[in-house]
Ligand binder design. Structure first.
Ligand code: 5GP
Ligand code: ZN
Length: 117
């Protein structure tokens, strides 16, 4: 999608620190980390958010979660990690291309009253 930041990152048109890639998805370090480990996993194909997913996306989303587990093993996130996907304004979504945050390396609050606590 034209003028989409994460489409451009997935295409390599905007630089990022790659963590993982394959034909379906791309993972990179968040530019403003909220935890010692803060990785974003995105589909290469533009999807606005998890709010617009359909049955046609099930294989892709399943694949992304398998990739998340693989990244967690590679990065030795043995003490646990949190996966967050913000959809829409009230949730605090700032980039309108589906992404999954992987957060780890510090205790996470159980409260869900922050952007991603
Ligand atoms: P959201 O707020 O939409 O859930 O998450 C968007 C995330 O993208 C934020 O955590 C923000 O720090 C990250 N981000 C925004 N622009 C860039 C960028 O140009 N490069 C990287 N690596 N991350 C970005
Ligand atoms: Zn996009």
């Amino acid at each position: 999608m034209e003028d989409c930041l994460f489409c451009k990152i997935a295409e390599g048109k905007i630089p990022s620190t790659k963590v993982y890639e394959d034909e379906l998805c791309y993972a990179f370090l968040d530019i403003n980390p909220l935890a010692p480990t803060h990785i974003l996993v995105i589909p290469r194909r533009h999807i606005d958010s998890c709010a617009v997913l359909t049955q046609a996306d099930e294989a892709l989303i399943g694949h992304i979660f398998t990739v998340i587990a693989e990244i967690a093993r590679q990065q030795h996130l043995d003490n646990g990690f949190r996966v967050v996907s913000n959809a829409g304004e009230e949730a605090g979504q700032t980039v309108k291309h589906l992404h999954f945050h992987i957060l780890a390396g510090r205790p996470m609050t159980a409260k869900m009253n922050d952007r991603m606590a």
